[in-house]
Write a protein that binds this ligand. Sequence first.
Ligand code: NAD
Length: 351
Amino acid sequence: MKSFTYAGSPARILFGSGRSADVSSAVETLGCRRALVLSTPHQKADAEALSDRLGALSIGVFSGAVMHTPVDVTETALKVVRDTDADCVVSLGGGSTTGLGKAIAYRTDLPQVVIPTTYAGSEVTPILGQTEGGRKTTVRNASILPEVVIYDPDLTLGLPVGMSVTSGLNAMAHAIEGLYAQDRNPVSTLMALDGLRAFRDSLPVLVKSPHDPDARAEALYGAWLCGTVLGTVGMALHHKICHTLGGSFDTPHAETHAVMLPHTAAFNAEAAQAELAAAAELFGGSIGGGLWDFAKSIGAPLSLKDFGLAEADLDHAADIAAENPYWNPRPIDRTSIRTLLQKAWEGVRPD
Ligand code: NAD
């Protein structure tokens, strides 16, 4: 066995059907009495119901969370925090709402309870991506990691099938990159593999029966595992390309991950053959082709051109993805990145 360093994230995880009923005790355990509930406008009614459930422990709802955590939205929410004297935040939703809670915690050190309703995994990472003046920057800090996460699969029953598929593939991308991460360790590898298995087993069921409680629980369990991998080890080419496409061309977050994953996995297949072997076995033997077949079978988007990205944009995307060298199992060069992007743009099965 090779030597390794393992640092677990010090978060408390409550998992199970109906566990969102524990939100009041989660707030009280943190020593808090004045929770501000956060959501997107779309999930405002659910956030208000959660605020009612918290009763006297809630000082109200801020439902202005949006994708990519714009700093001006954070500042508006911070004013609400100050005006109401909130002493913690309870974030109900996907990565966008979690992002707002993290942005508040980063600036105030307020504790966070997160109740995730997608599979993005942000709730178990100390990473915050935020945008200002059209630029997205990422910070990593211990204050950003949420203290308590309540995974209640009941709250994901209504996640539309298309979002379940793309959000699941987004989570799986954290696991695939975790398997060949330079700083991987035996625990991150165990979590990555079981996370991939959980999604392999649950997503096909959810496509046919979106309300299947066991499949919902399995998928959310996979989200926790894959998110934890993202939070503990470094990512490589796949996340760099998705960051580039989302940041510079405004392609949709989870969908971009879904399209790119088979291609980036295929790109690294040979260089990380040993590290990816068990994952390849989960998906029928060839990691790139196997993931592409899996994605196709569950109705995932397969080509970047469907997001309105012009073929001419691929040159610029390849330039950005190849600049500022970073670690990847297979060395990065602009020509091979451009070829990879072309395949993902056309939506062809990777070799
Ligand atoms: P999202 O949070 O933007 O959600 C998309 C839409 O779906 C929103 O309108 C939301 O309210 C709605 N929604 C969420 N759950 C729902 C449910 N169960 N039923 C019905 N509607 C629901 O999407 P996302 O993919 O979860 O998050 C994407 C954002 O998270 C991006 O900004 C990304 O950068 C960030 N992210 C950050 C990290 C990190 O570690 N910092 C990790 C993953 C994602």
